[in-house]
Design a protein around this ligand. Structure first.
Ligand SMILES: C[S@@+](CC[C@H](N)C(=O)[O-])C[C@H]1O[C@@H](n2cnc3c(N)ncnc32)[C@H](O)[C@@H]1O
Length: 306
C-alpha cells in the first residue's frame, strides 16, 4: 500500500489545488479538491479516461458546503436551509437555466477527457417542486447530445426503501427510483461481456428476490436488463447523497475493465472510487467542498489499511 499527499499550485498561477494520490494493491487513485470543470480542463489529458460515472448535484436542493456536525465526529450531520452556494458550487442558488449551463460545461470537459467509444453514466433522480415533478433527464440528454455524446440507454434503479414523502403524502408518491443516463463518445461502443460481471449476491434483490439487472440466459444469448433493484446507500456514510455501491458497480462492470482508468467528477464521499478500487480499476475523483473532501480522504485512508 502506498499513500502520497501533496499540494500543487496551478502552473499558470490561477488557483491552488489540493491533489491527493494513492496506490492500493497496484491500483492507483487520485483525488482533486476543487471545481471539476477547471480540474478536468487543466489536469486531465484529453482522451485519457475509459469510463465516467457520476451523480451530479440536484437542482436547488441543498448546498453541500452548508453542513454542521451535530454529534461529534461520528455519524450525524445537519444541513441548514440557507441554500447559499460555495464558490463554483453547481446546483444551488441559481435558476434552472444556469444549472443546465453549468452541467453542460461539465459534460463538455467530460467529453474531452473520455476516450472514443467509451461510456459516461449520469445518475440523477427527479424532484417535486410546488406539486410538479421536475424531470431533469430530458434536458440532460439534450445537452449531452448537443455536445456530441450518443445517448445509448436509460437505466432505472429501484431503491429498496422508497424515501417517504414526509408531510406531503397526500400530494406526492414515495420517490422509489432514479435514472442512470447512459451515453457514449461515438457509436462503436460495446457493453462488456459477462466475464467482467460479478453476478454473485451483488445484484440479488433481498426484498423481491429477483436477479435485478443481470439476467442470464444460456450463452451466448445472455443480456443485461436496464431496470434493477439496487438497494440503499449505507446510512453511516456522512455524505447526504451517497448512492448504493451496486449503482456504480453495475455501470463499471458493463462499461470499464480491470486496470483501466475511470472518473467521477462529483465524487462526494467516494462511493465510486471505493467500488472501482474493489474492482481493480484505477480512478480519479473531484470534490469541491473542502469539508467533504477531507471526509473523502479519511474514507480512502481507511480503505488503504485493508
Ligand atoms: C450528488 S453529490 C455526489 C454524491 C456521491 N455520489 C457519493 O456517493 O457520496 C454531488 C457532489 O458534487 C459536489 N459538487 C458541487 N459542485 C461541484 C463542482 N463544481 N465541482 C466538483 N464537485 C462539486 C457536491 O459537493 C457534492 O458532494
Amino acid at each position: 500500500m502506498h499513500f502520497i499527499i501533496y499540494y500543487k499550485e496551478h502552473a499558470k498561477g490561477r488557483y491552488s489545488l489540493e491533489n491527493v494520490e494513492g496506490i492500493i494493491n497496484g491500483i492507483r487513485w487520485r483525488t482533486f479538491n476543487g471545481d471539476c470543470r477547471k480540474i478536468l480542463k487543466d489536469y486531465i489529458k484529453a482522451e485519457s479516461i475509459d469510463c465516467i460515472f457520476t451523480s451530479p448535484p440536484y437542482y436547488n436542493l441543498r448546498s453541500y458546503g452548508d453542513k454542521v456536525r451535530v454529534d461529534g465526529n461520528e455519524g450525524k450531520w445537519k444541513y441548514s436551509n440557507r441554500k447559499i452556494a460555495t464558490k463554483d458550487e453547481i446546483g444551488i442558488a441559481c435558476n434552472y437555466e444556469k444549472y443546465l449551463s453549468d452541467l453542460s460545461e461539465v459534460f463538455s470537459v467530460c467529453y474531452r477527457v473520455l476516450k472514443k467509444d467509451k461510456f459516461m453514466f449520469i445518475n440523477i433522480g427527479n424532484k417535486h417542486v410546488d406539486r410538479e415533478c421536475i424531470d431533469y433527464s430530458f434536458d440532460l440528454i439534450t445537452i449531452a447530445k448537443h455536445i456530441g455524446f450518443v445517448h445509448c440507454d436509460i437505466i432505472i434503479w429501484i431503491k429498496k426503501n422508497s424515501p417517504p414523502p414526509g408531510n406531503h403524502k397526500e400530494i406526492y408518491l414515495g420517490n422509489g427510483w432514479e435514472y442512470i443516463l447512459m451515453f457514449a463518445k461515438g457509436k462503436s461502443y460495446k457493453i462488456n461481456e459477462d466475464k467482467y460481471i460479478d453476478t454473485g449476491s451483488l445484484f440479488k434483490c433481498k426484498q423481491c428476490g429477483s436477479d435485478d439487472i443481470v439476467h442470464f440466459k444460456s450463452k451466448p444469448n445472455y443480456f443485461f436488463s436496464n431496470v434493477g433493484c439496487f438497494g440503499n446507500a449505507k446510512k453511516k456514510n456522512s455524505h447526504p447523497a451517497p448512492f448504493p455501491e451496486t449503482v456504480p458497480r453495475f455501470c463499471l462492470a458493463i462499461g470499464a475493465k480491470e486496470h483501466e482508468l475511470i472518473l467521477d467528477p462529483f465524487v462526494g464521499s467516494g462511493t465510486t472510487l471505493k467500488v472501482a478500487l474493489d474492482m481493480h480499476i484505477n480512478c480519479i475523483g473531484c470534490e469541491l467542498i473542502s469539508k467533504l473532501y477531507s471526509d473523502l480522504i479519511e474514507n480512502l485512508e481507511k480503505i488503504s489499511k485493508f
